[in-house]
Design a protein around this ligand. Structure first.
Ligand SMILES: [Zn+2]
Length: 60
């Protein structure tokens, strides 16, 4: 049995996943209806490079 680890960005319990949204990898909380983590910075899905701010992700 795998115990989900808390969110590495904000500490919410219940596990997290990286999902692809509009070309970006964003962190979602599994225990909260896969809501997007408000703290974790997304990364560019194609290049794997993290974004430097949330501004671009909000626009996407
Ligand atoms: Zn989080």
């Amino acid at each position: 049995m795998v115990v989900p680890s808390p969110c590495q960005a904000c500490g919410v319990a219940g596990g997290t996943d990286w999902v692809k949204v509009a070309g970006l990898g964003v962190l979602v909380h599994n225990a909260r209806g896969r809501e997007r983590c408000p703290v974790a910075l997304p990364f560019d899905w194609e290049t794997g490079k993290p974004l430097t701010s949330l501004a671009g992700a909000v626009a996407a």
